[in-house]
Design a protein. Structure first.
Length: 132
């Protein structure tokens, strides 16, 4: 019964976890990277919303998630095969982490939205490259 009560505390969060598990179950490396970009953009957009509404717990949780995703993306870079692209992406990820952490100290949603827009563009380029 304890398990069911945990699930009922936040049904939306439970759904997101189940949805994410389903989408990652059969995904290959490139599909997982695409999923990380999508999750990163969502975390940044929610952090922007929460910052502007002074929802500190939500902002903190989303900043933590975005930062973890940025670390995961960087950890997945293959500098031998990726060369200059991997080095550039490592700089982008490090810069974004710094931007997100600095933005987390205030109530301005713009830095989060700016980072989200950047990663939407990178994600779109990633989708295009995967389709080619």
């Amino acid at each position: 019964m304890a398990y069911a009560s945990v699930l009922l505390r936040d049904p939306a969060q439970t759904y997101r976890q189940i949805d994410l598990a389903g989408r990652t179950a059969n995904a290959d490396g490139p599909a997982l990277v695409q999923l990380l970009y999508e999750e990163l953009v969502q975390a940044l957009r929610v952090a922007a919303w929460a910052a502007e509404r002074k929802k500190f717990a939500v902002k903190s949780e989303r900043v933590t998630r975005a930062t973890a995703i940025l670390f995961a993306l960087e950890a997945g870079l293959d500098f031998d095969k990726g060369g200059d692209v991997s080095r550039t992406l490592a700089k982008v990820y490090a810069g974004a982490r710094k931007q997100v952490i600095e933005a987390s100290l205030g109530h301005d949603g713009a830095p989060f939205r700016d980072a989200a827009t950047t990663f939407e563009e990178i994600g779109a380029a990633w989708r295009t490259a995967r389709a080619a």
